[in-house]
Ligand binder design. Structure first.
Ligand SMILES: [Zn+2]
Length: 467
């Protein structure tokens, strides 16, 4: 079977550089045969020009989009698909490029070149004020405040995501959908076990009435769960204030989990809600056309965090996706992995020096020769990491789903962190194939990639095909 050589790309690139020109570059230089076109998103991770805090690449409009970026549906939403939900998606046309329908623009040109088009659909609202429906469907945090995300157990929300996917698949001759949802459950967020900066354990979600009902249906005592999270919040605040429990940070945390098993159960309930939406979107899409492909983006936290790994199973994810885009971004992975270690060392593992936690964590995660923690941002993670994570995913899905590792090409990093060279990109792409990948998805978006790196990815794809 032909391997999928994909690239993520936002509508901006086609508008800025011209549709045919961009497709030529992708095909000729990057050996790309599938584009993952950011079609429904409010997030500049996969759309928009390069962010202004980092160097702009050598193509496209060399100016940031900060001033005008809004996001939404970059195709044309059709009202009839939103009949089963109070969230009227037909109002969510992205205003960024006027009436432009990015699928109408790109699809014919892509088809002519035999390039597949998969629509990226992302749950991630950074600017809730811009989304008129938002507040009625938002999650409720531990303190009773409405938060910045839509609740998985709100019935209208599930219907909404089905409607977005069904509309795109029914109204256009696309090849599938790639779903993005990087949201984590309350336990993982409370103790800060991701690479994101800042821990706010009082902000964890969701404690809305719909979640309460779901808890009851799953036999979880909602009152106890909430009580457990309030205690966890206190524990985290004390940890951040360096108020060491007499038994130490780790023991105190373990005791909380033993006293409140509802904490774990409630975290899993969050994931169950998230996966239920994936499953239903999968069925809805297959209901439109059997040969449409549905994939799911697996975020970076999956790679660094043993607890996250334990909370998901590749085999289970494979039951709801034709392919999994597994994030193995190795270049920015250095600084992100260090942030993850520092975060966990500010709460549960506060008694252990970060350098030692990292060594232990490397063993737990099956990382081999990575740089010491202080050098990680500059060194990045190695191509060997890309290979190992690809192998793990391949073994995990047991042949039930394709594994398409996401390759880091010029994802923005801090001032003193590694900037990918073409050699880095070549090595990472090659490593994915050595790990048995069914293809790759060059990430996060074309608009932030230097063309020499795209050339290197293309070279790796062509060289790997000869092996
Ligand atoms: Zn909720």
């Amino acid at each position: 079977m032909k391997k999928t050589i994909g690239i993520q790309i936002g509508p901006d690139s086609f508008v800025d550089e011209g549709t045919n020109k961009v497709l030529d570059i992708l095909q000729q230089r990057g050996a790309v045969n599938t584009i993952y076109l950011s079609t429904f998103t409010y997030d500049r991770g996969i759309t928009g020009r390069q962010v202004s805090s980092t160097s702009l690449p050598d193509h496209g409009m060399l100016e940031s989009a900060e001033r005008y970026f809004h996001g939404g549906n970059f195709a044309t939403p059709h009202a009839q698909f939103y009949k089963n939900t109070a969230i009227k998606g037909d109002n969510l046309k992205a205003p960024d490029f006027g009436k432009l329908d990015i699928l109408t623009e790109v699809l014919p040109a892509a088809k002519k070149r035999d390039i597949k088009v998969v629509c990226s659909v992302q749950d991630g609202f950074n600017y809730p004020d811009d989304v008129p429906f938002f507040k009625d469907f938002a999650e409720v945090d531990l303190q009773g405040r409405r938060s910045g995300a839509m609740c998985f157990y709100q019935p209208d929300v599930k219907e909404f995501w089905k409607a977005v996917a069904t509309d795109l698949c029914s109204s256009y001759d696309i090849d599938g959908i790639l779903l993005f949802n990087e949201r984590n459950g309350p336990l993982l967020n409370a103790i800060g076990v991701s690479h994101h900066q800042g821990i706010d354990s009082a902000k964890v979600t969701c404690f809305c009435e719909h979640h309460q009902k779901a808890a009851e249906q799953h036999g979880i005592d909602f009152k106890r769960a909430k009580e457990g999270y309030l205690k966890l919040n206190q524990y985290v605040q004390n940890s951040l204030d360096k108020k060491r429990p007499s038994d130490g940070y780790y023991v105190e945390f373990s005791r909380l989990l033993l006293e409140y098993p509802e904490i774990m159960a409630y975290n899993q309930l969050f994931d169950t809600g998230k996966h239920q939406i994936l499953k239903e979107v999968y069925s809805a899409v297959k209901g439109v056309r059997k040969n449409l492909e549905v994939g799911f983006h697996i975020e970076h936290t999956n790679s660094f965090n043993p607890l996250y790994r334990a909370s998901r199973s590749y085999e289970e994810l494979a039951t709801m996706a034709d392919f999994l885009k597994v994030v193995v971004y190795n270049n920015c992975g250095g600084e992100r992995y260090r942030s993850f270690i520092n975060n966990i060392c500010s709460t549960v593992l506060r008694d252990v020096p970060p350098a030692e936690v990292m060594l232990l964590n490397n063993h737990l995660l099956n990382y081999a020769n990575e740089a010491p923690i202080d050098e990680l941002p500059m060194a990045g993670l190695s191509p060997d990491y890309v290979m190992r994570e690809t192998q793990r995913a391949k073994a995990g899905v047991k042949g039930k789903s394709q594994i398409l590792p996401g390759i880091d090409i010029n994802i923005p990093t801090g001032k003193n962190s590694r900037k990918a060279t073409p050699d880095d990109t070549y090595a990472a792409t090659m490593a994915a194939f050595k790990g048995g990948a069914d293809g790759v998805i060059l990430s996060r978006k074309y608009s932030e990639m230097f063309l020499a790196n795209l050339d290197a990815a293309g070279k790796a794809v062509r060289d790997a095909a000869k092996l």
